[in-house]
Ligand binder design. Structure first.
Ligand code: ZN
Length: 133
């Protein structure tokens, strides 16, 4: 003979059934369609034209950008270059060399500028790392 369940058990069953009904209703309300989305799959270096994809599959590149404003010869022009790691450090070396030539006779210029542009080290998590002066 089947025993009559207690009120507490019946309450739990009701809540369970209500939750199932709500979940089913939520599923019916969702509109699911396949959509085509444009996404960046690679960034090519503007100098050597190589992919900037690294071994772990990520994209690693430097961005050199400028938006020239009023009073400049290039007023209103916007530039953006993407550089792979090798080309970035070659560009930094070229800038450093140009800087040394520009300041060849400047007694105030520090000729030990091997860290030109270096803002931080050990910044693995993009949280500031160790700041450089
Ligand atoms: Zn490159």
């Amino acid at each position: 003979m089947l025993e009559r369940p207690e009120k507490a058990v019946l309450g739990e069953v009701k809540w369970y059934l209500l939750r199932l009904a709500l979940e089913a209703l939520e599923e019916e309300m969702k509109v699911i369609e396949k959509v085509e989305v444009d996404t960046v799959t690679d960034v090519v270096c503007d100098v050597c034209l190589c992919s900037t994809r690294v071994e772990n599959g990520g994209l690693e590149f430097a961005t050199l950008s400028a938006l020239w404003g009023y009073g400049t010869r290039h007023d209103g022009e916007r530039y953006e270059l993407h550089l792979c790691e090798d080309c970035f450090f070659q560009a930094v070396a070229d800038i450093r060399k140009h800087r040394r030539i520009e300041n060849l006779f400047n007694d105030d210029y520090d000729h030990n500028d091997n860290e030109l542009g270096l803002m931080a080290t050990d910044d693995y998590f993009h949280n500031g790392g160790i700041s450089k002066p």
